[in-house]
Design a protein around this ligand. Structure first.
Ligand SMILES: Nc1ncnc2c1ncn2[C@@H]1O[C@H](COP(=O)(O)OP(=O)(O)OP(=O)(O)O)[C@@H](O)[C@H]1O
Ligand SMILES: [Mg+2]
Length: 486
């Protein structure tokens, strides 16, 4: 498959060269005889172009023939893809607003616990622990946005940690969150401490550190904790979310909170809202099969939401039965269990959406992607094909909405620039969806992965890169890059 993709990209590049040359000839100014004659001796000489291109074309055709021969040896049969979904241009997939089920009680318990710390002199740390996709971040958001919590704390800050638990970068981010301005101090703990004291002072603060993975207790106990402990008023709290019990134990001062999986009823509510939220009717036989599918999701919200999104594209009973028969969630455990469910949903995406989705792994985890830029990148890479009279950008919009509806993309929000009278839409990818995109394709990488050689450079076709980083990694590519986003 990898070879096939590589040769398809190569063929696409050859066609691009032809297109470029045709355009170049169209816009060439002047056509005097001297210019025509001289033209034969420049790098754009038609003669040279013909020779180079026929060689490139010959190479690509040979590679394709070799692959076809190889495929024939395996006796592969042609398979036509299931009919595509009709393009609903008035799709309302963006509205994933706060359809949260079964977490009211958890929220109340946590809010009370936090308020009860109001006269604690020492900084308290409250971990929310549980497996990926369980809803820790969602619960933390509910608590954070609760009006009582908003009023109780004088300063509220949310920082997504993920893999980067560097004390300096966390403190810088805290300063930025507290001041709403970029922190341009040099990386000196002393300078940062003084600025931190200035901005937080004795205010009672709430800091959420989302998605912590740090197992190095030195980083917390020797560096970050003393810094944060020396600022803020009584009752200040850090809430962390983590999948790892050991990570929590390094930081906790309060008992970790472990949200339960959703009950069968809550699970059904979440699943059916998605599955029957569009044009599939909630009929008896689908409900019976749907309950089997829900059972396999074991109360994990991300799995339920994704499966609901998938089933909303299946109208026939036999399609529902086939999915209920699949062995998702039967034998594997933990992260693999949920990944197998997400993978099944991915398998049922139309092929162009598959490409658009996996392309998003070009961005690092938790990156806020701008919708219009994403659609332009999909189009530029040829992932979105023309169809009838629908414009490519409209089709891109549909793909975007569909990926949101099926939970491959999430956290859609509109950012308004009042001063410019301009707004744009951004979204994120759940970290498990990012893992899935990486798992199914190695074509996209972040610069960091290339620098640390975590991604095999010969497989990488797309990378997001800044100008400085470009210098750092130039030379590490064996092949050609198709897209680099800076
Ligand atoms: N109670 C709920 N009702 C409906 N949807 C939910 C609920 N809890 C979580 N979700 C949805 O499930 C997905 C996963 O939730 P979330 O990101 O909070 O999980 P997590 O435990 O933080 O995962 P990770 O460990 O990967 O960070 C999100 O898309 C979220 O919107
Ligand atoms: Mg999370």
């Amino acid at each position: 498959m990898k070879d096939l993709k590589a040769v398809a990209y190569e063929a696409d590049d050859v066609l691009d060269d032809f297109e470029y040359e045709a355009l170049r000839r169209e816009v060439k100014i002047g056509d005097s005889t001297t210019r025509k004659v001289l033209g034969y001796f420049t790098p754009h000489s038609p003669l040279l172009f013909r020779v180079t291109m026929s060689r490139k074309l010959g190479d690509v055709l040979k590679k394709i023939n070799d692959l076809v021969e190889e495929m024939n040896k395996f006796g592969l049969m042609e398979h036509t893809e299931a009919p595509q979904l009709p393009y609903r241009l008035t799709h309302s997939g963006l509205d994933e607003s706060a359809d949260i089920f079964g977490r009211e009680h958890d929220k109340e318990v946590l809010v009370k616990l936090m308020l009860d710390q109001h006269d604690q002199q020492n900084l308290q740390v409250l971990p929310i622990v549980g497996m990926g996709g369980l809803g820790k971040t969602t619960l933390a958001k509910m608590v954070y946005n609760d009006p009582i919590v908003q009023k109780h704390f004088q300063l509220k800050m949310w920082h997504c940690v993920s893999e980067n638990f560097e004390p300096i970068s966390i403190v810088k981010s805290i300063i930025e969150l507290a001041t709403n301005r970029k922190c341009d101090l040099p990386d000196s703990i002393e300078l940062l401490r003084r600025r931190l004291e200035g901005v937080i002072d004795r205010k009672r603060f709430l800091l959420v550190l989302d998605d912590v993975w740090n197992e190095d207790d030195n980083k917390w106990n020797e560096h970050l904790r003393p810094l944060l402990n020396s600022v803020g008023g009584p009752g200040s709290i850090i809430v962390i979310t983590t999948r790892n019990r050991r990570v929590a134990s390094i930081m906790e001062t309060l008992q970790p909170y472990k949200p339960a999986c959703l009950s069968e009823d809550e699970s059904w509510e979440l699943f059916s809202k998605r599955a029957f939220g569009r044009d599939v009717q909630e009929q008896e036989d689908l409900v019976t099969i749907g309950k089997c599918i829900v059972h396999k999701c074991k109360g994990l919200p991300l799995a339920l939401k994704t499966m609901g999104g998938l089933m909303s594209s299946k109208h026939q009973v036999k399609e529902w039965e086939a999915i209920a028969r699949s062995n998702i969630g039967d034998s594997v455990k933990g992260k693999d269990e949920i990944l197998s469910i997400l993978k099944l949903s991915y398998k049922h995406l139309p092929s162009e959406m598959k490409q658009c989705f996996t392309f998003c792994a070009i961005f690092c985890k938790d990156y806020e992607m701008e919708k219009d830029m994403l659609i332009q990148l999909w189009i530029a890479n040829g992932f979105i094909q023309e169809e009838g009279t629908i414009e490519l950008s409209q089709k891109g919009e549909f793909v975007f909405n569909e990926l949101v509806w099926r939970s491959f993309l999430q956290d859609v929000k509109t950012i308004l620039f009042r001063s410019l009278d301009y707004d744009f839409v951004v979204c994120k990818m759940h970290d498990l969806m990012h893992d899935l995109a990486k798992d199914v394709s190695s074509e996209c990488a972040t610069t960091e992965e290339l620098i640390q050689q975590k991604a095999p450079s010969e497989d990488v076709w797309h990378v997001q890169i800044s100008e400085g980083e470009l210098k750092q990694i130039s030379g590490s590519f064996k092949g050609e890059l198709r897209s680099s986003n800076s």
